[in-house]
Design a protein around this ligand. Sequence first.
Ligand code: HAM
Length: 414
Amino acid sequence: MKFRPVRGTHDLLGIDIEKLNKVSYEISKIAEIYNYNKIETPIFESTDLFSKPLGEQSDVVKKEMYTFLDRNNDSLTLRPEYTTPMIRAAISNNLLNNLPCKVFGIGPMFRRERPQKGRYRQFNQINFENFGSDEDFADVELILIAKKIIDKLIPNNKYTLHINSLGESKTLQMYKEELKKYFNKFKKDLSLENQEKILTNPIRILDSKNKKDETIVSSAPLIINFLTKDALLKYENVKKYLTEFKINFKENFSLVRGLDYYCHTVFEFKTDSLGSQDTIIGGGRYDGLIGLLGGKNISGVGWAGGVERIMMLMKNEKKILDIIHLVILDEKYKSYALKAYKKLTDNELSVFWNYKLNLKKSLSKANENNASYAIIIGEDEYKKNKYTLKNLKKGNQKRLELNELINTLKNDKF
Ligand code: HAM
């Protein structure tokens, strides 16, 4: 029997690992600039942590969660998103005694969606959350962080920041009722998929990609007309800060997000280069969620980004260290060569020996590994107590004593 990765999952190796390391490294640096602390949570949690907070009628809860009973008949779920586990962790570890609490994380999430380009059943998310701040600037700070990360990792990518406000949860409830009435009027003209949503999740009809329903959807009532004075003021403030920070944005009144917990500001960074799975980062405010999960009644705002989607747009990353290949031409010189091996690793230089005693095979392996240098050890080198250093990119070479060799490589001067 031949095993293959399960549908919608994939192995990461080679260039993808370099990219993943770079994502992890750069987001940690940016998190430090804005003072967000890293946390890691378990990959599975109690199912209850997700079902109600994400919305019983959301696609994620209705059909995408990997839920199973363990041997004690406890219902567990592989985390489909990171916001609720992070809140759970903040409550479990008493982090909410000191507000605002700013955290970030990176790790695998699981959703049983239909796989396609940029959409997987196991994928990695980066996640930034700010718990306990009503301040409008908190929303903008998160957008600034998202933008900095995108600009750092995919500097030449064309993207648009979409924003909207969903107002207070009461407003959203009222708006959903209005949408139900509106879509019911056109029920028989809507696609079957959207007809079903009228009762269960009418706001998701707004961001439906179904071309057939475009005209009906485009004339639907707009949430902006339902916002309270306070909510409008908040929305105006967010836009004002974005303008002050010279962040371009597009108001998109059909932006509603896929999970139930949102209110007020919602946003998405969408790229032009990924086809239909074009959202690289999405998030917003979720003021009732922390209370719902048993924490204090405080607000929250955050976002998550799809690492695989970002990686698809990143240029290939070079390894951080230059690879130095050791080329040993005979068994006799092994101990002499391994003296250099020890000194290289002691000096944190990146060394590779393929255990072959053959010049041609060793150099071809060095080429395959995209090595920068080869250190060649044969009879002459051994007798003269020297090492031949060859620059594989330029082709030049010279003989050096061990200390000279190390200094040359450390200073990358050859
Ligand atoms: P989300 O929109 O469900 O939000 O996911 C955020 C991002 O994760 C998406 O924009 C996309 O880049 C990536 N993503 C989602 N599903 C997949 C998939 N199947 N394959 C590959 N990438 C995917 C959330 O998860 C919220 N928790 C975001 C948030 C944080 N809101 C507030 N705080």
